[in-house]
Design a protein around this ligand. Sequence first.
Ligand code: ADP
Ligand code: MG
Length: 260
Amino acid sequence: MNRIAVANQKGGVGKTTTAINIATALSAVGWRVLLVDLDPQGNASTGLGVDQKQREITSYDVMMGNATVDQAVVSTKLPRLDIVPATQDLSGAEVELVDVDQRMHRLDGALNAIPAGRYDVVLTDCPPSLGLLTVNALVAAHSILVPLQCEFFALEGLSQLLKTVERVRARFNNGLTVLGVALTMFDRRNRLSDQVAKDVRAVLGQVVFDTVIPRNVRLSEAPSHGLPALIYDHRCAGSEAYIGLAREIIGRLDGKARAA
Ligand code: ADP
Ligand code: MG
């Protein structure tokens, strides 16, 4: 069971859009996928059409040890794609866990308790901070997938994120790797977008995926229909890009499996 944290402490960079659409693409090719919504805003839950009534047991309960992942899981409209939904309650977990033993390992422990063979991959959609929730996602993950918005300050903040990855690797999870950096919201009519993409590639090299996610209105419309863009309009440029990104991710995971 592969575990991937989708993380970047900046908000609005495409974490949730990436988590939802990669989860959808992987489920479409036959993988059994669990998406853990670890953002109190619950955007991944909403984007997959999970309404408030279905959020009785949530990632908050899992983090607090009040429920198992099995108890919290909600199935989505898509085959092979389940989600642990989130509500605002989750924001309390950061505070409530402060004095709790093993507070960095709450998610890891919960994922370890999933019966073997149930899922092929677990994707965690992180909140826009480097607090306890994101650290839990990193401690529980094999790798991190970083969406990076093609804007002027794209690289700012990334070094802080990578430092956090280093720290988590050194102290809690020595197998943690960077699966890749995905450039998002690329606007081909904007020369700045192009320059940023070039600069990011020059600095980060191979870790950046070849696939670039374009700015595409269909990607932003889809969540209000409770559907992944890949289902809402599988032929839009955004969906096609996410299919390409999923293919690259599968390639990198395969490479890792072979190396291991
Ligand atoms: P994060 O989870 O990092 O906060 P989101 O995935 O929620 O970011 O994206 C922020 C906003 O931008 C959302 O309204 C989303 O629908 C929109 N969005 C994300 N990616 C794209 C894109 N490639 N093109 C257009 N809009 C996008
Ligand atoms: Mg989000």
